[in-house]
Design a binder for this molecule. Sequence first.
Ligand code: ARG
Length: 581
Amino acid sequence: MTLLQELESRLAAALTTVLGEPAAAAVTAAADLRFGDYQSNAAMVLAKQRKANPRALAQEIIDQLDLTDLGSAEIAGPGFLNFRILPSAYAARAAALIRDERLGVPASGAGRTVVVDFSAPNVAKPMHVGHIRSTIIGDSLARIARFLGFKVIADNHIGDWGTQFGMILVGWKTLLNAEALEADPITELVRVYRDINAATQADPTLLETCKTELVKLQAGDAENLAIWRQCIELSKRGLQKIYARLDVTFDHWLGESYYNERLAGLVDEFLEQGIARVSNGAVCIFSDGSQPPADDPFMVHKEDGWTDNPAIIRKADGGFLYATTDLATIQFRIDEWQADHVWYVVGVPQQLHFRQLFEAAARWGKTGDFRHIGFGSILGDDRKLMKTRSGDNVQLSDVLAEAVERAAAVIAEKNPGLPAEEAAVIAETVGIGAVKFAELSQNRLTDYVFSWDRMLALSGDTAPYLQYSHVRIRSIFRKLEEPFDAAACAIVLGESEEIHLARLLVRFGEVVPTILEDFRPNLLANYLLELARAFHSFFEACPVLKTAEPLRSSRLALCELTSRTLQQGLSLLGIKVPDKM
Ligand code: ARG
């Protein structure tokens, strides 16, 4: 049980005694440590329900509250309950954490399956900054869920069956440079796509040729299918390189095309069940009127009031759409994978698509906890959408290359004596870590300005700062002459800095589960920064190696626990720690 859960359980016991019936209330970490470590507004909420005096009720609760071994409680303001935790309670819990592989994080997801749908770039189109955000956030959420005990299925739902293949097929047949394709398939495929796209502007008949090739592909033409398959293979190979560099892995790559066979039957089923109907030759899902228009994803407000906003699942020409594939995908994930949760990490512009999708799935009887985890844009220095100097979308592979290059420069300055090979490995860890942390320390919904200097600063709110903190702690242990076993140490807390460090270490198990309440890895990022700062204050105020026993071992054990917590926390963000910096 975490400390917070322990407080909630003791509070529930007191409430039950006071109210004469089973009762419970939430406890939260206090925002301001001057007022205590934890707080609860239980008395105020309950007093309001019962028209009682909140401060009087708070006093009754405190009279019944057994905080033996934990600390004390007091009333503040209109009836807040503030809890102060004893240093001895923190010491006991920190000592227990040293023996706990999970560092106090409960396995609260055990027994549940979650599909995390993230990254999902489109084949033969470059992976752009939107895909960067999806890849980094999605990977972190998958890691966190896995650590919390969920069965996680990471699925890369790549866009491998779009209309772009009309152009790519024509480009492949007329413009392809085999050597360039071999060297860098993604870049060459994108070039071919771009050049054909440009050529169609000048020559409209070319567009017709593209359409014909697409129709042939969709009808199963052997030559076009073979080219298509090769495109997918090459693109996957290129993507794998980026994922390997990012240390991102998937359990499956079931792209859109995987569901092709199921789409016709699905549309028939929707028609039979009356979930969809034909309108102007297309098959559409309309509002069923069960919700107020403002909440209904199949309604939209225009000048003259609310009008229909249907989702098309089959076009008049017989073609299927993004929504059709996504419905088939939901069915597969629920029926084949027994998913309890499906998390879609996709930019905010697709919000309407997902609202319609979840509503249509529910009408179809596919129930589960479906979440669209949206995110904002990445902006350049000019606060406009990030672009390259030539005005193109920025490519993820270029961002990573530049991050590593810049990290190498920072490291060369900080530690010029490092052998080149070692420095290169560290630069990779630091550069990639910096890009990830810059992303994950933001509120995912806000747009953020991409700044190289800010993300690589060794003393800012950055990955390099956290990595460096970890390196510094490990270097303490390198100086030790005797073997050290943290698990055998008793923790003694005296100085306020060491109490605070222990307080934060104990909080790790409380912070990690809260990330998934609203899918905010930034809560973890901020926690790690706070922990690192607390460590540096502790290290300044409390000598470690030069202190007499038993304090010396106790402080060494705190160092050990801090380094493990930093490493585990960063690993939940997908960030590695170097040995040296
Ligand atoms: N390929 C899509 C895009 O790049 C994202 C797919 C997200 N996943 C999904 N199941 N719709 O916009």
